[in-house]
Ligand binder design. Sequence first.
Ligand code: ATP
Ligand code: MG
Length: 180
Amino acid sequence: MSAERRLFFALALPAKLQKQVIKWRADNFPQDTGRPVAAANLHITLAFLGEISELKADALTRIAGRIQAHKFSLCLDDIGHWPGSGVVWIGTKRAPNALLQLASVLRSHAARNGCHQSTLPFHPHVSLYRSATRPVAIPPATPNWQLDAEGFSLYESTYERGRTRYRCLQSWPLADIPAI
Ligand code: ATP
Ligand code: MG
């Protein structure tokens, strides 16, 4: 059996926001939009590591623990559909620098440890539907939810009995923004 695991760093959505997003999604999209992402799986990927060995996972876990990054908030005020990948998503029109920096640091450490990184620019988003390959009627706006990021996590993704599940392996807090 392979000891490799499919891992990624991500920001979780707090349970209250998960519920709000799921309710809004049900009220604002036709039922045949695609495969809805389960409430517990709503997240913003920071860096995708792919299927990696325990050794690499350990190295990246140690590195993650040494990252010094600050808390940030982002407004989920953007929405879109990527027909190529079949993803309907919500995101932000103004990604905070702290988020971009955190993703950039994680992605460069991942690349240095042999985890292939996409050449596409980082576009922080929460996937709402997958397999949405046909045209989708996108609601004109989101309710502009605010996401307060207080930490980031390493997740394992497994696929069993037709279901993708994420298991949080470890979380790290983000530092308070120093008072001026
Ligand atoms: P499923 O593939 O079963 O539909 P999923 O895409 O959520 O579900 P994974 O494929 O394990 O599950 O992906 C975990 C996270 O990593 C998701 O946010 C996904 O968008 C992202 N991801 C997957 N593959 C890549 C990739 N090659 N490059 C960048 N991000 C990726
Ligand atoms: Mg996938």
